[in-house]
Every structure is written in C-alpha cells, then in structure tokens.
Design a protein around this ligand. Structure first.
Ligand code: URA
Length: 199
C-alpha cells in the first residue's frame, strides 16, 4: 500500500517535472510541488512560486511564507497536518499573476495531487487560488471566511498572506479564517482541539 502510494507520488512528480502544459517551465529554476506532508487533512493552496520558492523548490518559503508559517504554528499545526502547494507550480516571470490559460494547464497536475493528498479541508489563499478551484474570479471580501462544502470537502477562502504584508491589520482576518479551519479539523475528528498558543 505505502509502496503503491510512493510510486504514484513519484509518477505525479515526474508528471509535474515533465509538464509541457504552458511555457512557464522554460524560465524556472525549480518546479515547486509541495511542502508539508504528502497525505494530510489540510491542503493550503496559494497562487504561484515567487523568487525564493523558485530558488528553493518549495512553496511559501519567502516573506509571505514566513507569515503563513507563523499563522499555522500559532494554531499548533505540525507538518504532518498540512500539505502546502500552489495553483501553478512554476514561477511566472516578474512574479506576475498566472494567466487563466496557465491556471487551466496546471489544474491537471493539481487534480492528481489532490487525489493523492486526499485532504478534507482546503484553505485557498487569495483570489488566484479561488479562481483555480472554482473557475471564476471572486470578490474576496464576499467569499472569505466562509466554508463551501463540496463533494464532502470543506473549502475556505482567505486573503493571500502578501495582503497582510502590505498592511499588518490584514493579518487579523487571515488569523480568524485559519482558526475556523483549525476548528473544522477538530469537528471532523482529524485534529485534537486547539488549546491556545501556551497550552
Ligand atoms: N505566494 C504564493 O502564492 N505562493 C508561494 O509559494 C509563495 C508566495
């Protein structure tokens, strides 16, 4: 079983590494697939790798990533609880937003990833992650902070951590949304109740 999973994971990574779905791979240093656990109850999805992520080959390791990591750890998540990835696995030049065509092309990879990770709760960070999942651009203030239940999955949208880097006051809604995600995982019996940062 574990062997089967590992070989399916390897196949998936090769699929990403050899992807020709769009032209982004032509300019990257690394294809950025995930960090955290390969199987996890929580999947956190961002937009696309930036310069640091491209260099390290891991998602959310730059300034936004550090903020995200602080939020995650403040709710007591361990790496075995989450799988962090992006809608697009390759860095768009100049950190521009991925185009709808690039998002669509990379969705094939994300679908396989989703099937392997089998999360129960999904946290979409920012409007590109929402667009990648739902196929339309959201009005963020209308969609954030509420769970959408779809095919047995609980999907929450929040602001991208970069939004909080621009204005620290924006940290609060992301922190609140992360708390709802944490509570949902407890409600589903997938994590122990959160007892607070000093527990
Ligand atoms: N922003 C993202 O959306 N993803 C990353 O991996 C880093 C920054």
């Amino acid at each position: 079983m574990a062997e089967d999973f590992n070989s399916r994971w390897e196949e998936f990574e090769n699929m990403c590494l050899n992807c020709t779905g769009c032209s982004l791979r032509e300019t990257v240093t690394n294809t950025v697939i995930y960090r955290g656990s390969r199987r996890a109850p929580l999947m956190i999805v961002g937009e696309a790798p930036g310069a640091e992520e491209d260099k390290e080959g891991k998602p959310f390791v730059g300034r936004s990533g550090k903020l995200l990591q602080n939020l995650i750890e403040s709710y007591g998540f361990k790496p075995s609880d989450y799988h962090i990835c992006n809608i697009c696995k390759c860095r768009p030049p100049e950190n521009r937003r991925p185009t709808p065509e690039e998002i669509k092309a990379c969705k094939k990879n994300l679908a396989v990833q989703f099937g392997l990770v089998r999360p129960k709760v999904i946290l979409l960070c920012g409007s590109t992650a929402y667009e990648g999942f739902f196929g339309e651009k959201p009005v963020m203030r209308d969609v954030r902070g509420q769970f959408i239940e779809k095919n047995g999955y609980f999907i929450m949208t929040t602001y991208h951590p970069a939004f909080a880097l621009r204005n620290p006051a924006n940290k609060l809604p992301i922190f609140e949304d992360m708390g709802k995600v944490r509570d949902k995982l407890t409600e589903l019996g997938l994590m122990e109740p959160w007892k607070g940062i000093n527990a």
